[in-house]
Design a protein around this ligand. Structure first.
Ligand code: M6R
Length: 347
């Protein structure tokens, strides 16, 4: 897992190279934006979390309505699917629920696109179009580099379909090109993150909260902690804690708050104050430029400051490292966690 975490700068570069023009602000994936089409994204586990980020990106940049469904549940819904691009995201291309959802979307008349890592996998043989994330073989059960590569592909898709002006698109593409360097900067902070993890490793129950485009990253961070460190961790929309989970907050329930300097920031600070009033320790994940956050929390995991649109990538990688070092501290078998398989080929 740690090897795959460290491959991420290269993986991001490999995923975007070839799709971005060197001369103009143009991203061409060969997947056309159809007039009046909606988008439906189907996936499981970590790939589902990438899909939730993708919804934000496509809706914000391309102004196309996007619905996201767990593939395992989509198979039991009566979906209305006229004029729809159904996008199935699956690292392995072999996940049984995702394949079944893909078949259903296709039979319902959707145009289908698979985003996968595995050439020739079952999903690629069923879909109308395929985009490969080129993350290279991912051996560890916990998905890390494939998640970041999926996010990169979703940025490209949103840029390719974007209805923004050429100048803003050019700026976003320039940020994407810089992202591998930002990721190197997080990886250089591994020891500081490991130190925070050693402290967190003693708690048996944790919450991760965020708002907006980082809410799926709270879900993903919690999944990583559960999966490899065997700690009960729940990802929650920050505004939802007060609708029930507050009852669980005690000085023994740390809350990791992912803070992005976007329109969610002030409300998130208000949520952090509410959590502190319940005496839970709060650890923020925040950008270097955010000096405000220190006044509200017990400690801060620092990540490089990036445009909030790209903050899911840097925050996800900080959480991968945090989960990894919590698991190490608890002496867990990180690459082969109990009860799990890399590819889930049963429904
Ligand atoms: O191969 P897929 O992307 O379809 O796999 C989906 C999930 O089984 C997978 O992401 C799982 O949640 C990961 N082990 C989480 O780290």
């Amino acid at each position: 897992m740690i090897k795959e975490i460290h491959e991420q700068p290269k993986v991001i570069r490999n995923t975007f190279k070839g799709y971005i023009s060197a001369l103009e602000p143009i991203v061409s994936l060969g997947v056309t934006r159809e007039i009046d089409f909606n988008v439906l994204i189907l996936a499981c586990g970590t790939s589902y979390h990438a899909a939730l980020v993708g919804r934000h990106l496509i809706q914000q940049l391309a102004r196309i309505p996007v619905q996201v469904e767990l593939a395992s549940e989509f198979n039991y819904t009566e979906a209305v699917l006229s004029k729809t691009w159904a996008i199935v995201i699956t690292q392995s291309g072999e996940t049984a629920d995702s394949i079944k959802a893909l078949r259903k979307a296709k039979a319902s008349g959707c145009r289908t696109l698979v985003i996968t890592n595995v050439v020739g996998s079952s999903a690629t043989r069923l879909a109308d179009e395929v985009l490969y994330i080129t993350a290279g073989p991912e051996i560890s059960v916990a998905a890390t580099k494939s998640f970041v590569a999926q996010l990169t592909m979703l940025y490209l898709l949103a840029f390719g379909w974007a209805s923004t002006d050429a100048r803003s698109l050019g700026n976003m593409i320039a940020e994407l090109r810089q992202l591998p360097n930002r990721v190197h900067e997080i990886l250089d902070r591994e020891e500081a993150i490991a130190e925070q993890a050693r402290h967190l490793a003693k708690y048996e129950s944790q919450f991760l909260v965020a708002r907006g485009v980082n809410f799926p990253i709270a879900l993903e961070g919690a999944l990583k902690i559960k999966e490899i460190a065997y700690v009960h961790a729940e990802g929650y929309a920050a505004g939802e804690l007060k609708h029930g989970p507050f009852a669980l907050l005690t000085p023994n329930t740390p809350v990791i708050a992912i803070a992005a300097r976007d329109s969610t920031y002030d409300t998130l600070l208000a949520n952090i104050k509410e959590i502190k009033a319940r005496e839970s320790p709060v650890i923020a994940i925040a950008g270097d430029a955010d000096t405000e956050i220190d006044k509200y929390v017990d400690s801060v995991v620092r990540v490089p400051s990036v445009d909030p649109l790209f903050s899911p990538v840097v925050n996800a990688i900080a959480l991968q490292l945090l989960a990894y070092y919590i698991a190490r501290e608890r002496a867990c078998p990180i690459d082969t966690p109990r009860n799990l398989a890399k590819s889930v080929t049963v429904e």
